[in-house]
Design a binder for this molecule. Structure first.
Ligand code: GUN
Length: 296
């Protein structure tokens, strides 16, 4: 079975649009996302453009803020301070990576946790780790949502995660081990120092690959019937395509797809779910604000 991220993303957008329309019908403003791009990295430009376009699709407003790569750290932090204070802005994202002279952790920690729709702020990570309500990082949340919507059984399963990044591997390992549905897995977190990676992979009922290495996982590393989630995204030159490249993941999908009971394609698996979760997170912080206004 293919875990279709494109289809699921569209489903989520339809659901969000209904919620937004209901707010508009009540005379309320729609959610607003501020998306900041520093510099001109082509991949980052595509990601931010997609985020802004996605906002339009569901009826959110957005502020697309483009800054040149020579902006100082202070100028960026000051701008974030203004957006934090701006009542009309619900969610803020700063596209990563940032130029080397800007400290990523300072930027992440300056965004008010209640507007941190990337879920990268230590308060959101800490709350997530404790099982408290939190804004979840978009890619791990997207993986969980895909497992939920396809009703993939996870309780008591062995989930092997490859890669321990702050954005994907570490948070998804926490979420899969939590007492939630999906969740309740026994989790093994593998990384660059893991010995005999193949032996762990072969034990995985659910294999989540966020190694950042092109076609790293071959079919002989996958247990028959496993669920395989491929978080990788790599551009491979391909003269037969109009764009000049094609996208492949961290998994050799052609062979692995034959062996797995379910898997995410690349493109069209985890990527669209990350986009959808950013919008879900933006709805979450917007709605939380509305509820707190009603209660107070
Ligand atoms: N760069 C790569 N992935 C992400 C993400 O999820 N959020 C942000 N802000 N930047 C990224």
């Amino acid at each position: 079975m293919i875990l279709d991220g494109n289809f699921t993303r569209k489903q989520i957008y339809e659901e969000l649009k209904i919620r937004v329309d209901a707010q508009l019908a009540k005379g309320k403003r729609p959610p607003c996302l501020a998306a900041i791009l520093v510099g001109e990295d082509p991949a980052s430009q595509v990601y931010v453009n997609n985020k802004v376009r996605d906002c339009e699709e569901v009826g959110y407003t957005s502020r697309h803020i483009r800054l040149t790569a020579d902006i100082t750290e202070k100028e960026l932090l000051d701008l974030l301070g203004e957006l934090n204070a701006d009542e009309a802005v619900d969610g803020i994202i700063v596209q990563l990576p940032l130029p080397a002279h800007i400290e990523e952790s300072k930027v992440i920690e300056t965004i008010q946790p209640g507007k941190d729709v990337d879920g990268f702020h230590p308060i959101n990570i800490g709350r997530m780790s404790k099982g408290l309500s939190a804004v979840l990082p978009a890619t791990p949340a997207g993986i969980m949502e895909l497992l939920r919507r396809y009703q993939i059984p996870t309780v008591g399963k062995h989930c092997v995660v490859i890669g321990r990044s702050n954005i994907v591997g570490t948070p998804v390992s926490i979420l899969m081990g939590r007492n939630t549905e999906p969740g309740n897995c026994t989790v093994t977190l593998c990384h660059s120092h893991t010995r005999d990676l193949k032996a762990y992979c072969l034990q995985a009922d659910i294999l989540i690959v966020a190694a950042g290495k092109q076609e790293f996982i071959s079919a002989d590393m996958v247990k028959p019937g496993a669920v395989v989630i491929d978080v990788g995204m790599h551009r491979v030159p391909d003269a037969s395509r109009k764009t000049g490249f094609r996208l492949v993941g961290d998994v050799q999908l052609e062979d692995v797809g034959q062996k797995a009971s379910a898997y995410t394609p690349v493109p069209g698996g985890v990527g669209p779910m990350t986009r959808a979760m950013l919008l879900m997170n933006t709805w979450q912080v917007y709605w939380h604000k509305i509820l707190s206004e009603v209660i107070s």
